[in-house]
Design a binder for this molecule. Structure first.
Ligand SMILES: Nc1ncnc2c1ncn2[C@@H]1O[C@H](COP(=O)(O)OP(=O)(O)OP(=O)(O)O)[C@@H](O)[C@H]1O
Ligand SMILES: [Mg+2]
Length: 506
């Protein structure tokens, strides 16, 4: 038998799909990335084409195998990580989606959420699922498809339709699709549907019934690290174990080796997501955080986390590029922001999908405030960068309030941590060190570890800890009075986003 040298991670993200090949030291050997189309049919709606995503994934897998001059014989296992709450519904007989994937950022389920909340309120299911009713989560998106796509409800009730987040969509296709594809997900993805009981780690039939979702559509819930199935016969990964699934933010937590209670990471991608390990019992938040599953390794008990999710951070930089045209690539935002000494009094609160943690306001929309004739595009770029750090400060404050512990330093990762201006400003606004690991692709790395641990390529969490290495560190330099002044202004700006959406506005 050929010696197994690598683990392959498939990172199916919001803006792109990536395949990354890791060696036993947790180093990147080859990677390939393809962006997919962002479909905006109307204000507040965001969709992806699941067929395009599956095609891009196959292409990136092919690319890394050829770049590394290897084939599946040298691959010990495949791990999948994914954008989490994005809902795909497809026909199990044809493999065709009945509608585009409805993306986590999409706000179309606001009325449905209000309806499910009824007289009880948006926290109706929180003690069971750890989440408030919000447009963010996938369960209400399934309900929307069943209520709005012609014929979908009948086909679902006849047992012909399957639901999955993109991990499940890929797993089903990778393992054979209409010819015996495995219909499964892991506890971390299931914990984002609003349909899984956090304690039993099983679907809650009552909530599913109240949302009108047949249980036959839902994937089997497994741990995050076990062999779910083997690559299909006619694919590049034939007979290769698919052995790890983690939602992208949980994968980053795993890849950052946050295995102890109290350890946290903050990922700077399309949005920002901070997760704090709270151990083997779920902790309820009193400060606007979510309770979620961090990971579950095989038969070991599930480990839970408190999460602060921020919808718009890196995507604001893309918006400056694509919608305003004031930069031509994301990295240019740093030089433009640094070309001015301060924000010129401007604050930009990017409540494009309402506000997530810690506010949970679906009625909020974005504002740019503090404008005078003095403010120019550089100040706007700077205000955009600063908004990423301010929003993270709000989440950190909520974590501190919930856990009662001080933060001593913050482990960071994701695409925007290449931006050293942003990292320094983050350290300044938090008043603690910000630390970036050597491998900043921690999302893919975490999925690789989960898969590799399942097949014995790595022996367990200690290997992840041993492979983690510090890459860069930023320490606070801003005087405290300045920090608090800026943050106070930010908080005032946030209040200006509230109550924007009326009944007759999307
Ligand atoms: N130098 C930079 N400065 C600021 N932001 C940046 C920089 N480089 C990339 N970004 C932002 O980082 C984001 C990409 O980061 P990353 O690849 O981690 O995203 P992601 O959330 O993983 O994407 P996906 O959602 O597709 O998984 C983009 O939104 C981009 O605007
Ligand atoms: Mg990502």
């Amino acid at each position: 038998m050929t010696e197994k040298k690598y683990v392959l991670a498939i990172d199916q993200g919001t803006t792109s799909s990536r395949s990354i090949l890791f060696n036993h030291a947790g180093e990147i050997v080859a990677q390939s990335q393809l962006e997919h189309k962002q479909i905006f049919p109307r204000a507040g709606w965001v969709e992806h084409d699941p067929i395009e995503i599956w095609k891009n994934v196959r292409a990136t897998v092919g690319n890394v195998l050829s770049d590394a001059e290897t084939n599946r014989h040298e691959i010990a296992a495949v791990g999948i990580t994914n954008q989490r709450e994005t809902a795909v519904v497809w026909d199990k007989n044809t493999g065709k989606p009945v509608y585009n994937a409805i993306v986590w950022q999409d706000t179309r389920t606001k009325d449905l959420c209000d309806r499910f909340a009824g007289d009880v309120g948006l926290d109706r299911y929180r003690d069971r699922v750890g989440l408030p009713l919000a447009t963010y989560f996938s369960g209400p998106k399934i309900a929307w498809i069943l209520e709005n796509v012609e014929g979908a409800r009948e086909r679902a009730e006849a047992g012909d339709l399957l639901f999955g987040t993109t991990d499940t969509w890929l797993l089903w296709n990778l393992t054979g699709g209409t010819k015996g594809g495995v219909h499964a997900t892991d506890v971390t993805n299931a914990s984002r549907t609003m349909l899984m009981d956090l304690h039993s780690l099983q679907w809650d039939p009552e909530i599913a019934a109240e949302m009108g979702i047949p249980l036959s559509m839902l994937p089997a819930i497994h741990s995050s690290s076990e062999v779910y199935g083997m690559g299909r016969k006619n694919g590049l990964l034939v007979d290769t174990p698919i052995a790890g699934i983690l939602g992208d933010q949980q994968a980053a937590t795993f890849g950052q080796a946050c295995f102890e209670v109290g350890q946290a990471k903050n990922t700077y991608g399309t949005g920002n997501f901070m997760l704090l390990n709270t151990g083997t019992t779920p902790v309820a938040s009193k400060n606007g955080l979510l309770t979620t599953v961090a990971y579950k390794i095989g038969e070991a008990p599930a480990v839970y986390a408190l999460e602060g999710s921020i919808a718009v951070t890196g995507s604001l930089v893309q918006w400056l590029r694509d919608n305003l045209g004031i930069i031509s690539s994301a990295p240019e935002v740093q030089a433009l922001a640094e070309s001015v000494a301060d924000n010129g009094g401007a604050y930009f609160v990017p409540a494009f999908s309402g506000l997530f943690a810690p506010h949970w306001r679906s009625d909020a929309r974005g504002v740019l405030v503090g404008l005078t004739r003095y403010v120019n595009k550089a100040h706007i770029a700077r205000a955009a960068e600063e908004s990423i750090a301010f929003q993270s400060r709000e989440v950190v404050d909520a974590m501190i309030a919930d856990s009662g512990d001080e933060l001593t330093e913050l482990k960071v990762d994701g695409g925007a941590v290449r931006d050293s201006f942003l990292m320094q400003f983050q350290a300044d606004i938090l008043g603690v060190d910000v630390v970036r690991p050597k491998v900043a692709e921690t999302t893919a790395l975490g999925a690789a570890y989960a898969a590799g641990i399942a097949v014995g390529f790595w022996s367990g969490e200690q290997d992840v800890i041993d492979n983690w290495a510090e890459g860069a560190r930023w320490s606070p330099q801003m005087p405290e009075a300045e920090r608090e002044r800026l943050f106070r202004q930010w908080q005032k700006a946030v209040t200006r986003t509230f109550d924007w959406v009326d009944e007759d506005i999307d």
